[in-house]
Write a protein that binds this ligand. Structure first.
Ligand code: FAD
Length: 301
């Protein structure tokens, strides 16, 4: 039996683990994919205080090392359910095993939103990607499309422009929603073309292979963009359903709680991008992790 079980090993979960470990709590972090969470997709993080311009993966590695030095237990498993037992403890249900804890912090973050086009799912990992840092090298000296206009899309377009022949950004709005500094960098790259006011309409697929994207402009005109690969950065969606019975969700699927990180279920806390909030960043996720862990410690004590 662990004192605190943390579901999700992103910056929120890792920070919670650090605080829980330092408070002497027997703690387990369960991660389904990669410790570091969304940070591992970020080519460069320049706004995490004290860490000037580092790859997200480097920050993730440092966080994991710091957590492991506290003697925290870790497991790779996908959590599919959570139950509160009559004695007040929790059973965390994983695909590989069940885990018992006196308290639980859910820090499961978000996943990439998809375009919802026919044939999209079949091409993910083979023409369509959500991660320039992971897959950008496959498109060296080739033409790629980047769908999106926020910080993630701009960061990824800049990274891709360093190795790809041409990057075409397709943004539905008539302007970018990302930071001015990133927009400035995009505007300086001669191999980045920007198409504003157009939405993805359908995929161009030949013989089962990705060949490009048809876009619909504001005027209703369909234009074909031929490319070797496409990256999609159009936001995130939470994956909170397995926990909804114990922690209510808002209409967008996020945990309906504020920065106190508490839920109506005693002993259950939520932290990071998975909860309702205005700003989803590494700093806000780590802040939540600390708040949730200290709240869990208070509950246990
Ligand atoms: C491309 C990109 C660039 C970014 N750049 C920046 C930046 O420059 N600066 C900045 O501050 N922020 C940046 N962000 C945002 C930042 O990474 C996130 O706000 C932050 O990682 C959120 O942390 P989190 O721990 O709440 O969630 P996540 O990082 O999403 O971590 C959640 C973890 O939970 C795991 N998980 C989910 N469901 C389960 C389950 N059922 N069972 C077990 N494990 C599960 C996931 O695999 C994941 O590892 C960027 C994000 C992206 C995608």
């Amino acid at each position: 039996m662990h004192d605190i079980i943390i579901i999700g090993g992103g910056p929120a979960g890792l920070t919670a683990a650090l605080y829980a470990g330092r408070a002497g709590k027997r703690t387990l972090v369960i991660e389904k994919s990669a410790f570091g969470g969304q940070m591992t997709y970020s080519p460069k993080i320049e706004n995490y205080p004290g860490v000037p311009a580092s790859a997200g993966m480097e920050i993730a590695d440092a966080m994991v090392e710091q957590v492991l030095s506290q003697g925290i237990d870790t497991e790779f498993d996908t959590v599919t359910g959570l139950e509160k037992n009559p004695d007040g403890t929790f059973t965390v249900k994983g695909e590989l095993a069940d885990y018992n804890g006196r308290s639980v912090i859910v820090a499961v973050g978000c996943k990439h939103r998809r375009l919802g086009l026919e044939g999209e799912d079949e091409l993910i990992g083979g023409g369509i990607s959500f991660c320039a840092i992971c897959d950008g090298a496959f498109y060296k000296d080739q033409n790629v499309i980047m769908v999106g206009g926020g910080n993630s899309a701009l960061q990824e377009a800049i990274l891709l422009s360093e190795t790809s022949k041409k990057v075409t950004i397709v943004q539905n709005l008539p302007y970018f929603t990302g930071e001015a500094k990133l927009i400035e960098q995009v505007n300086k790259r001669s191999n980045i073309e920007v198409i504003f006011g157009a939405v993805a309409d359908s995929l161009i697929v030949e013989g089962g292979e990705f060949k490009g994207l048809n876009i619909k402009t504001d005027s209703g005109e369909i234009k074909s963009l031929h490319a070797d690969g496409m990256f999609v950065a159009i936001g995130l969606q939470p994956e909170n359903e397995p926990f909804a019975a114990l922690a209510p969700l808002n209409s967008y699927g996020y945990f309906d709680t504020d920065e106190a990180c508490t839920t109506p279920t005693e002993g259950l806390f939520v932290a990071g991008d998975c909860r309702s909030k205005r700003i989803r960043q590494v700093t806000t996720a780590t802040a939540d992790g600390a708040v949730a862990a200290l709240a869990a410690c208070r509950y246990l004590d």
